[in-house]
Design a protein around this ligand. Structure first.
Ligand code: ADP
Ligand code: MG
Length: 916
């Protein structure tokens, strides 16, 4: 167990009712606060529960114990709100049994039942686990129901034993599983949604900085709020104007006739922090900051004001928010027109993209339930809004535009849950390096690289479009039509052969299938259609078909279930138009919704997509281009597949020894706190802890040892041969530098290579690694890379020395699920090489899956792992052998990415003193 004092930075957290609190370790300067907590803020009854009696000195003893200088095996975390210590949780490891610790807990009476204890315990247990504690125990009085509730709610397996009126609670920390994560998520969601109500369902609003000048941002927003029909009072705050827009203005927030739930701030940059502080003191619960261009000091004070007064914050650099819910009707943005009330939730980091989305959703008729221009995202993020829309009762479709992710792992977990209930669509912004540069400079957030972002979206079930147009086109289909089946089959029907063929091409290019129709169905169709029609797929009705005939054909196809989706392409022709038959009537007179989703293509249409209102009032999406329709179908099929997959469980790696691994990984970090590459010996030992298949690698510092090593290994080597590799710290590409010799047999060859190496590399060489030659097979690459934003990714690909040229890799965020283990193999371009084909056996796929599961476990167990690179792993039908592995460590991040905490302003580190 490490004895270094544990000093996490402060974490900002949300209590169950949405109040903000801080959690940070207690120290000597907190003694007075700790005494106050136990003596004044806790009733005698609470003290009795806590101290098992009524000793007068108990509070003082507790304060001394909690607020001493840091010591090994002990940690006390305090929760602070409004500058007061409202609760405390601590653990103390037992003497001689350092993996078991005793937990104690106090919460001020006024703060009970608000989730303080649960959050404290969550953070404390996390810290305890980080410090090598495996079991936490606590003695509680049988009557202390509140504490028992805390333990039951944790989601961890809790064992209880009753001993003379006291209950001994025992929590094994290593058994934290999916259930624990879900419990943490659920608590986070409740607190989050509660804290967002003031922002998204405010009963009153103030615009701070509403000026008299027409056209100014503040005045525009104020006017829009009033004219948009906001259901509560909207006050103007302006110290220098008696009236704004014809109504009285107030000199300060404190002087308003009531306390606004929400304040919209449109003051100059230097005044933002002061305005926020004023709002906080007056009791405002949420801010939307429209101002941009804040300098770091103002930004810091703004965040500080929000945290210390429990205000949620949208922006800065936001265009505002809009809520169309008739009970709210809030139009507090200065971008566009009030959106059509509807069912899409829109959150955009760039205000411009948001406005564009709203305009199109309004025009199309889907409408908007809520819009939030996130701006620089100091606090409220896409993640918060997903949770809100998941349960607001209005939203059935979410459109996100995100250039960066504050907490990608939390986002992925939330999105994975929300996408099971509603479609969540996004524009994949910042795909290219050039795009990322733009994103970084314009929203003060480094956009994350594409591989990881695509991975994130796919793992979270999010539909990622490549442009705003594609996003809207896809939304149009998902909003109006049922989901297709998972096969991805389509029937194309057209009244002009050439158009049908183009549509068929578009479908194939989007990855959809156009199966030949079953013979009986084809015969039925031919019976319905004029002579000359063809009922292969695409179906050609001929230009002579009248609306009734086209419709009969559509209905027969929809009923047959021969395909998952239907694409109908119509062109008005002289034949039909002269006969007074507009072919589009075939679409209008029938219901828009059938058993399978349907879309139409009208080549002559000017807008990219619109809805045709059909007979039953339902909407049929009509596209100008069959490629757009085909892409939308492909996205819908992907969503259907995502929903059809049962939620996957985390992959299980067996036979691992994380404790031994941690010891190996802690050592070099103690010696070299900055981290670096592990030496070959530590690399072998670490991989062995996870059963990763590194071949026997013997380490030799002199020629004689190398020869002995080679002798002992040649029997296991392919063809009786060995490989010898020179090693020196910091080496990168051994073969490029001539440090790898393979296929050696006999003492003389090994000796010659050793001498060669010494001559060549001189003192630089620390020694050699001797390995048996691996039998030839398929060279793969496997490993872990850490993205600074997303955390660890497990990677599998085609390996060997040409791996960069081949560039065939698949990646998933750790932890991998059971399903990832298979899809990572099957989605490689080179999958056929692994899966086998006639005349060629598949490689040992079970061993590949075991390796991936082990890497996932390695990545999650060791937060200090920066990179693991196994290349090559030679795969054969009889197993895997890795002949080259490299591992790099770096100091671990202090907090668990799953832990519930609010985001910290990028680039600033609020000093602890200020955090209270
Ligand atoms: P590096 O990747 O640093 O250049 P490697 O140890 O991966 O060095 O060796 C380069 C190549 O040599 C490997 O891709 C593999 O083809 C071959 N090789 C190395 N060691 C062995 C071995 N023990 N058995 C078979 N082939 C090997
Ligand atoms: Mg290699």
């Amino acid at each position: 167990m490490s004895t270094a004092p544990y000093l996490p930075s402060a974490a900002e957290v949300l209590l169950a009712d949405g109040t903000t609190a801080f959690i940070r370790p207690l120290g000597p300067r907190d003694r007075a606060a700790a005494l106050d907590l136990h003596e004044v803020r806790m009733s005698e009854a609470s003290r009795r529960m806590r101290f098992f009696g009524v000793s007068r000195t108990a509070p003082q003893i507790a304060a001394d114990r909690l607020c001493g200088p840091p010591r090994p095996g002990f940690l006390a975390l305090g929760a602070w709100a409004g500058g007061e210590l409202i609760g405390e949780a601590d653990y103390e490891a037992g003497a001689g049994r350092e993996d078991t610790a005793e937990l104690a807990l106090s919460v001020a009476d006024a703060w009970q039942h608000r989730g303080v204890a649960t959050l404290l315990v969550e953070h404390l247990l996390h810290a305890a686990r980080e410090r090598g504690v495996h079991v936490v125990e606590a003695d509680t009085l049988a009557g202390n129901r509140a504490v028992h509730q805390v333990f039951s709610d944790l989601g961890l397996p809790v064992r209880r034993k009753l001993e003379q009126g006291e209950i001994r609670v025992r929590v094994p920390l290593d058994e934290a599983d999916e259930r624990y994560r879900e419990a943490v998520d659920e608590r986070g969601r409740t607190a989050d949604v509660a804290s967002l109500a003031a922002l998204l369902r405010p009963r009153s609003v103030a615009v701070v900085g509403a000026s008299r000048r027409p056209g100014s941002v503040g005045r525009t927003v104020l006017t829009k709020i009033r004219e948009g029909g906001f259901t509560g009072p909207a006050w103007a705050v302006n110290p220098r104007a008696g009236t704004v827009a014809g109504e009285p203005a107030y000199p300060s927030v404190a002087g308003l006739p009531g306390v606004p739930d929400l304040a919209v701030i449109a003051v100059p940059p230097a005044a933002v922090a002061g305005a926020a502080e004023e709002c906080g003191r007056a009791g405002v619960r949420a801010l939307v900051v429209l101002t941009s261009g804040l300098d770091a000091a103002v930004a810091r004070r703004l965040v500080h004001a929000c945290r210390s007064h429990s205000m949620r914050l949208v922006g800065p650099n936001s265009l505002g928010i809009a809520q169309t819910d008739p009970a709210v009707r809030l139009d507090a943005e200065f971008g566009g027109a009030f959106p059509l009330p509807g069912t899409a939730g829109v959150a955009a980091q760039s205000g411009g993209v948001g406005i564009a989305l709203i305009e199109r959703l309004t025009w199309l008729g889907i409408g908007v339930s809520g819009f939030v221009s996130l701006g620089d995202k100091y606090d409220v993020s896409g993640n918060d809004l997903l949770q809100w829309w998941e349960s607001d009762g209005l939203t059935d479709l979410v459109l996100l535009h995100l250039e960066s992710f504050g907490n990608p792992r939390a986002f992925a977990r939330t999105a994975r849950r929300v996408t099971r209930r509603l479609p969540v669509l996004t524009v994949d912004a910042g795909r290219s390096a050039a795009g990322r540069r733009g994103a970084a400079s314009h929203t003060a957030a480094a956009a994350t690289p594409t591989v990881t972002r695509e991975t994130l979206f796919r793992q979270a079930g999010i539909t990622a479009a490549r442009s705003i147009a594609e996003l809207v086109e896809t939304a149009a289909l998902l909003h109006s039509q049922p989901l297709p089946g998972t096969r991805g089959t389509v029937a194309v029907v057209s009244n002009a052969g050439g158009i049908g063929i183009l549509a068929a091409d578009a479908c194939a290019e989007a990855g959809l299938l156009l199966p030949t129709l079953p013979a009986d169905l084809a015969a039925d169709l031919l019976g319905l259609l004029p002579a000359g029609a063809s009922a292969t797929n695409p179906v050609d009705t001929t230009a002579a078909a009248d609306p009734a005939e086209v419709r009969g054909c559509i209905d027969a196809l929809a009923r047959s279930r021969a395909v998952d989706a239907l694409l109908v392409c119509l062109v008005p022709t002289a034949l039909t138009v002269d006969a007074g038959h507009d072919p589009v009537r075939a679409l209008l007179d029938a219901p828009a919704r059938r058993e399978i989703p349907m879309a139409a293509v009208l080549v002559s249409q000017e807008v990219p997509v619109r809805y045709l209102p059909c007979a039953d009032g339902d909407l049929l999406p009509v596209y100008a281009d069959s490629r757009a329709a085909a892409r939308a179908f492909a996205h819908a099929r992907d969503r259907a597949r995502w929903l059809a997959e049962p939620p996957a469980r985390d992959a299980v790696a067996t036979g691992t020894d994380p404790d031994a691994a941690r010891r190996i990984a802690d050592d070099p970090l103690t010696a070299r706190p900055g981290g670096g590459w592990l030496d070959p010996d530590a690399t072998s030992r670490l991989l062995a802890c996870y059963g990763l298949p590194l071949t026997t690698s013997l380490w030799a510092r002199d020629e004689h040892t190398a020869v002995l090593a080679a002798r002992s290994l040649c029997r296991t080597g392919h063809d009786g041969r060995v490989a010898v590799k020179a090693y020196w710290p910091g080496q990168v590409h051994k073969s490029v530098e001539g440090a790898v010799r393979t296929g050696l047999a006999g003492d003389d060859e090994v000796r010659a290579v050793y001498r060669d190496f010494t001559e060549h590399f001189g003192d630089r060489m620390a020694g050699v690694v001797v390995q048996p030659m691996a039998a030839p097979g398929l060279e793969l690459l496997a490993g872990v890379v850490k993205d600074h934003v997303f955390g660890p990714l497990v990677v599998l690909g085609l390996g060997g020395t040409a791996t960069d040229v081949l560039d065939d890799r698949s990646a998933r965020l750790a932890p991998l699920t059971e399903r990832d283990l298979t899809t990572m193999v099957t989605e490689l371009r080179s999958a056929p090489l692994l899966l086998g084909r006639p005349g060629r056996e598949p490689v040992d796929l079970a061993a590949v899956e075991r390796m991936l599961a082990a890497l996932s476990r390695l990545a999650t167990d060791l937060p200090q792992l920066a990179e693991a690179d196994l290349n090559p792993v030679t795969a054969r039908s009889d197993g895997l052998v890795c002949v080259d592995a490299r591992i790099r460590l770096e100091p671990p991040p202090v907090f668990d990415p799953y832990l519930r905490r609010l985001r910290r302003l990028p680039g600033t580190d609020v000093p602890e003193d200020e955090e209270r």
